[in-house]
Write a protein that binds this ligand. Structure first.
Ligand code: SAM
Length: 197
């Protein structure tokens, strides 16, 4: 018999789960779902599914949240929505329920780069936006405005490669992976971008 059989099981599954950190949340905000054409909606859904795998790889599935959930997305999402925080209401309401009053919004048009100081935030928001059709430049800022209007502080931050967003992959799952490599592996921005490219 295995020697460990003589020892009491000190770490139960419940115990272990209770000890997992509750933050940070990686939030995909679907507020702008309806500005997309059907093909783009399919791409958003696919990229969110890929983000689910990325979050599972670096953290835990329950740290991924999807806000402004709608029926159409639910039908298109081909991953278990019950394993993430799926929230039908506004992002600001979700944040308030979690007691979070300041967030980092990842925004390619922000003035400041994401820095190590920002990594202690309790929530990071990525826009559920895909750019195929029409000009959606600047739309991520609208997500930030909605959250600010609800009284939550928003730090808009950019991920850039030597001062430029050109060369930074803009897919939702890639942005999530760059962030997670900085957050979990402690990589600097350039290294994280190059690893994901
Ligand atoms: N057209 C949108 C805009 O101009 O605001 C960008 C959409 S981008 C395809 C999808 C999401 O990925 C953005 O909402 C943002 O959260 C994130 N993202 C993409 N590139 C980024 C970058 N270089 N820095 C920070 N966030 C980025």
């Amino acid at each position: 018999p295995c020697m460990f059989n003589h020892y009491p099981l000190v770490v139960s599954r419940e115990n272990l789960l209770a000890r997992l950190p509750e933050y940070p949340f990686i939030i995909i905000d679907l507020m702008l779902w309806d500005i997309h054409i059907p093909k783009e909606k399919g791409k958003v859904a696919l990229q969110v599914r890929e983000t689910y795998s990325v979050v599972r790889r670096y953290l835990w599935n329950r740290m991924l949240a999807v806000t402004w959930l709608n029926g159409e997305f639910e039908r298109l999402a081909s991953f278990p929505l019950n394993r993430v925080k799926a929230y039908s209401g506004p992002t600001a309401d979700f944040l308030r329920e979690k007691g979070i009053d300041e967030v980092v919004l990842l925004d390619p048009n922000a003035e400041k780069d994401l820095s190590p100081d920002d990594l202690s935030a309790r929530a990071f928001i990525i826009g559920g936006i895909v750019d195929m059709k029409g000009d959606k430049k600047g739309t991520t800022a609208r997500i930030g405005e909605a959250i600010e209007e609800a009284g939550i502080r928003v730090r808009r931050r950019r991920i850039s490669l030597r001062g430029d967003v050109v060369g930074v992959p803009d897919r939702i799952n890639h942005i999530a992976e760059i962030l997670l490599r900085m957050l979990v592996l402690g990589e600097d921005m350039e290294r994280a971008i190059l690893a994901v490219q």
